[in-house]
Design a protein around this ligand. Structure first.
Ligand SMILES: Cc1cc2nc3c(=O)[nH]c(=O)nc-3n(C[C@H](O)[C@H](O)[C@H](O)COP(=O)(O)OP(=O)(O)OC[C@H]3O[C@@H](n4cnc5c(N)ncnc54)[C@H](O)[C@@H]3O)c2cc1C
Length: 502
């Protein structure tokens, strides 16, 4: 008889764990509170418009390919994606806009136009970012981190000088580039890691390689196509998915996890329990006090990644002068960062919790209908606006309205199109919705920030030191946040279970 694994949550972390364990011969059941696979990659459909409500930027496509190849599959048999050109567009103050090309040579030419000498420096900077990326994917990311000693590894020690672990991303960018636009272009990916360039380690400049070396990709059909691809592969291996089923308790009698209780009164027994639901919720709500790893006070001190205020707008006209990915950087960069992460953060003390709603926020807009005719009625536009904000802020209808009006006015000013007049479908999503849908701690969107002391051995572990056979996968544990990291997390956790079981 094969052993049974129960997975709490069908996010990318949960599904990749399920696939790996099922491929290794385990019987796997995934219990998911909501009705869809993919967790935060939720989809909203209304009147012919389809919105990716969560992730929209397909990062690290090579690592998704690596995952499918590991299972003797081609990614393209599950979903397809295409490289965007240009990669994205940026609007700055005074109506100035820039299109960022999708290959390093053209990006270096673009940098040179903005700042004399920056083109060559960019290519050197990118070479270093590539080295970091390759090292990370080979020797750093796909690893177990059980204790600090796992960091004392010869390969890591040897690589330390080129990893820039003890500088901030801002420091290494500022060293080479003076122009504020170039600094923003190289610094914005920090948000994908749940941080700001002035307080996350410079090792994460590897994301600049992801940005310019790998390029920006769009999965055809949106992110739900990836989630469905994962669900399909899992089902091929015999994984059972049970949706609309919320786990209310982990059975950890005598310190051994042996099953879960659901809110509809059912009990699912398992030899291994893997929690993909938000770590804080599992720790504080699904386990009895003696089995919790942290206190609420400790959780309160953690450096959470950002939350977001999102607007999903179906427009009855085709939007002009945008790209599928467009940034609105026409606001003060540092004020926004301080609003989300607290002011005066640094590498060692990344946030001070004095958070606020920035008066004039930076924001990002995604227009999938420019890359995909299937997501909007003909001649219409699917528009997703995302404003990064601090988790834990007071989320009120009035505040949502203020930001909606402001972002639409600013866009209308740049594009010369009255967006408000064409709105056929409108929906907003913020802190309260994250809490309701995902039990997200303080309504976070991206989990736990990848600050220096929340990286590798310092991140919450992917196993419980207090409850045998209880494991974790997803954006709160190793290696980090984002769909690709959650997917890798599931692989690391499954490997740990399989090793322990042997
Ligand atoms: C607005 C937004 C934009 C983003 N943009 C990007 C992007 O462009 N690119 C990118 O790579 N990443 C992006 N991310 C981050 C990315 O979506 C997440 O890092 C990733 O999806 C997290 O996956 P996960 O498996 O850790 O968790 P989740 O996706 O949250 O999955 C956890 C699952 O557990 C379920 N669950 C919770 N409690 C229970 C319970 N008690 N019982 C049963 N099930 C339960 C939840 O319903 C959920 O389905 C974005 C996120 C958001 C919100």
């Amino acid at each position: 008889m094969s052993k049974k694994a129960i997975i709490i949550g069908a996010g990318f972390g949960g599904m990749s764990t399920a696939i790996e364990l099922a491929a290794a011969g385990y019987q796997v059941t995934v219990l998911e509170k909501n009705s869809w696979p993919g967790g935060r990659a939720q989809v909203y459909q209304e009147a012919g418009f389809t919105f990716d409500m969560g992730p929209s930027w397909y990062l690290l496509p090579d690592q998704f390919d690596r995952f499918f190849a590991k299972h003797n599959r081609k990614t393209a048999d599950y979903y397809t994606s295409k490289k965007l050109s240009p990669s994205y567009k940026i609007f700055e103050d005074d109506g100035v806009s820039h299109e960022v090309p999708n290959n390093p040579i053209e990006v270096s030419e673009f940098f040179e136009k903005i700042e004399t000498g920056a083109g060559k420096k960019f290519l050197k900077y990118l070479e270093r970012a590539k080295e970091k990326y390759e090292f990370a994917m080979q020797d750093f990311v796909y690893r177990q981190y059980n204790s600090i000693f796992d960091l004392i590894n010869w390969k890591i020690i040897k690589a330390l000088p080129k990893l820039d672990l003890f500088f901030t991303l801002e420091q290494v960018i500022y060293r080479d580039f003076k122009h504020p636009l170039l600094r923003k272009i190289l610094g914005y990916p920090a948000v994908f890691l749940g941080g700001f360039p002035d307080r996350i380690p410079a090792v994460y400049s590897l994301l600049n390689w992801v940005d310019f070396g790998l390029g920006a990709w769009y999965p055809q059909g949106g992110f739900s196509a990836i989630a469905k691809g994962f669900e399909k592969l899992a089902i091929e291996y015999g994984v059972e998915f049970i949706y609309n089923t919320e786990v209310s308790q982990i059975d950890a009698k005598e310190g051994i996890a042996s099953g879960v209780q659901t809110i509809d009164g059912k009990y699912y027994a398992g030899d291994f329990i893997i929690a993909n639901a938000d770590y804080h919720w599992v720790d504080q709500h699904l386990l009895s006090p003696e089995y919790r790893q942290y206190t609420e006070k400790q959780w309160d001190k953690s450096d959470l990644a950002a939350s977001t205020l999102n607007f999903y707008l179906g427009l009855d006209f085709e939007i002009k002068d945008m790209q599928p990915h467009t940034f609105f950087f026409d606001a003060d960069w540092d004020t926004h960062g301080n609003g989300v992460y607290g002011s005066n953060g640094n590498l060692f003390f990344p946030s001070n919790k004095q958070i606020f709603w920035p008066e004039k926020p930076l924001f990002y807009a995604h227009v999938p209908s420019m890359s995909d005719t299937g997501v909007a009625p003909k001649g219409c536009t699917t528009l997703f606006i995302l404003v990064p904000i601090a988790p834990g802020l007071e989320d009120t209808p009035e505040q949502r309205e203020i930001y909606l009006n402001q972002t639409l006015d600013r866009m209308a000013g740049f594009l010369g199109q009255n967006i408000r007049a064409g709105i056929k479908v409108q929906k907003s999503y913020c802190i309260k919705d994250y809490q309701k849908d995902y039990h997200a701690y303080k309504g976070n969107a991206f989990g736990l920030g990848q600050t220096l002391f929340q990286t590798a051995s310092f991140r919450p572990k992917n196993y419980s030191p207090k409850v045998k056979n209880l494991f974790y996968a997803g954006q709160f544990t190793i290696p980090g946040t984002g769909t690709s990291m959650a997917m890798i997390s599931g692989q690391i956790t499954a490997a740990k279970i399989i090793k322990q079981d042997k």
